[in-house]
Design a protein around this ligand. Structure first.
Ligand code: XMP
Length: 516
């Protein structure tokens, strides 16, 4: 195995922590995320497998003054490795060094300009004024003499600093988000100038062969089962596993009844054409039954997740598979592992999150170290169809979380038809590829309308179309009115139960992308 040059990211709970890891990998440098309290011994041990060249401390929601604020094993700073603190990481480094950190009088949130006094190290090659993205309420007021200030902003007197002799840097802003215009250059400076990394991480067919070999080795002569959702992760894991163990693999597709139009059939056709053993379980009635009278979104998510596991367990037992293969990707693994300091927004149900208590001899997760864009790259190399590789994300609980209030068969049918119209019109307009997601939501409001000279009283459908790079933030898309008009006309004409269509003009944050 290649011993990749690696930059570790210590996770202080910031919502952009993963983005840091991804940005590093995008530059060809391998990255892994560790909990903020990783011990120096752990990092030394990782050194046997990876060529650790630097450490980044992420941002986080805490203030260093909180009693339970996340801390760092300070011995890490003595490893002699380059360290970059971002936002909370920046404040923490200043605090550890004996600098003064305090509440800012004015919180900085959003785009702002910094003035760079010393364009060196991480700031090499940048202009005196640069546009960056800040999101913080504490700031660094002073830093001891063995450090020097590199940049300031209107409200942050020490927006960037570095140690005069050691490769230790702090940035108050977030270089990893795209709103920091030269953010990539800053990260590249850290990786290549400060850490001296070589860009030797890449996704290619050698890497795929290694994964297939690993699956073969792990499964041995046993039979394995995989939960296939039709999403990119489980699809790629299924194809890799089938290449590794052939017909000793069974893929299980649980149709909970909240799939989009034709979804089940498309998945069935594609995987059968690939010659993969596929079991499609029609579980529509039992999911609907369990959701009867349930209106609370988190409850819906929980029930769907649990029921999914039950169905899967039953099939697994019948097939008698000893091993489970999962399409878990890196962010899933980290989220369920140690992210103690990030705030929970909603429970994501993902087939990757299976199963908590089914007994398997072994669980194999071939994609466990990969980010979504890397999985897409594998899908392309494997020759998976474009519709699958660039499919818009679809939540595990499906259309059920796009129906406000109780989920009924009638409502599922309405939102499914509306969703199909939104997809058709957006794809026909050619905008699909530039958008993150486009779909319909069935609100729990009814409204008066007039259809064919008669009063009508029907459902209100909301159309949600967003642009995003990683779903952490999103903007509602400024779709031309003519397209929105076509969507609204078709929905009200083709779905008699709908009298009104509204367009959701909320960004994330403050809204989330899905309505529930
Ligand atoms: P939110 O609504 O949290 O969604 O802004 C962010 C992204 O995640 C997708 N999503 C899910 N994906 N299981 C998934 O696999 C889920 O339960 C789930 N809920 C939301 C959502 O479509 C968006 O792309």
């Amino acid at each position: 195995m290649t011993r990749y040059d690696t930059v570790l990211v210590l996770d202080f709970g910031g919502q952009y922590c993963h983005l840091i890891g991804r940005r590093v990998r995008e530059q060809g440098v391998y990255s892994e995320i560790l909990p903020h309290d990783a011990k120096v011994e752990e990092i030394r041990l990782l050194g046997e497998k990876l060529n650790v060249k630097g450490i980044i401390l992420s941002g986080g929601p805490a203030s260093i003054f909180d009693a339970d604020a996340p801390r760092l094993d300070v011995k890490i700073l003595d490893l002699g490795l380059p360290v970059l603190g971002i936002c909370y990481g920046h404040q923490l480094l200043a605090h550890i060094a004996g600098g003064k950190v305090g509440r800012a009088e004015i919180k900085e949130y959003g785009s702002t300009y910094i003035t760079i006094d010393k364009p060196v190290g991480i700031l090499k090659g940048l202009n005196r004024k640069e546009k960056v993205w800040m999101s913080h309420s504490d700031i660094v007021f002073s830093i001891p003499n063995d450090y020097e200030v590199l940049a300031y902003s209107e409200n942050s007197p020490i927006a960037a600093f570095r140690h005069r002799e050691k490769p230790i840097y702090g940035l108050q802003w977030h270089p990893e988000v795209s709103h920091t215009e030269k953010g990539i250059q800053m990260l590249r400076n850290f990786l290549f100038e400060v850490c001296g990394c070589e860009a030797n991480w890449k996704m290619d067919s050698n890497f795929i062969d290694q994964m297939i070999e690993e699956i073969r080795f792990e499964i041995g002569e046993n039979k394995a089962i995989i939960a296939l959702s039709g999403g990119i992760d489980s699809s790629v894991a299924t194809v890799l596993a089938a290449k590794a163990i052939g017909d000793r693999l069974t893929a299980v597709f649980v149709d909970h009844g909240f799939m989009r139009e034709n979804e089940t059939e498309t998945v069935r056709k594609f995987f059968q054409a690939f010659g993969i053993n596929l079991v499609v379980v029609d579980a529509q009635e039992r999911f609907l039954k369990r959701l009867k009278n349930v209106v609370e979104p988190e409850m819906k998510r929980k029930i769907i997740g649990e029921e999914f596991i039950r169905v899967f367990e039953e099939v697994a037992e019948k097939i008698g598979a000893e091993c489970l293969i999962q399409g878990t990707i890196y962010p899933d693994r980290i989220e369920s592992g140690f992210r103690r300091f990030s705030d929970k927004i909603k429970t994501h149900h993902n087939v990757a999150g299976l199963p908590t208590h089914i007994k398997f001899r072994k669980i194999v997760e071939p994609l466990r170290d990969l980010y979504k864009d890397e999985v897409r790259r594998i899908a392309e190399i494997l020759g998976l169809p474009k519709e699958l590789v660039y499919r818009q994300p679809f939540p595990g609980p499906g259309l059920a979380v796009r129906i406000m209030g109780e989920v009924t068969k009638e409502k599922v049918e309405i939102v499914r038809r509306a969703d199909k119209i939104v997809r058709e019109e957006i794809e026909r307009s050619g905008l699909g590829e530039s958008l993150w997601q486009y779909f319909a939501v069935l609100t729990d409001t009814k409204s008066t309308g007039v259809k064919g000279d008669a009063r009508a009283y029907g459902h209100v459908v909301a159309v949600r179309i967003v642009e995003s790079r990683e779903a952490m933030t999103a903007s509602f898309a400024k779709i031309p009115y003519e397209i929105l008009e076509r969507i609204s006309t078709r929905i009200t004409n083709e779905i008699p139960e709908v009298t009104r269509v509204v367009y959701d003009i909320t960004h994330k944050p403050p809204a989330t992308i899905e309505w529930e």
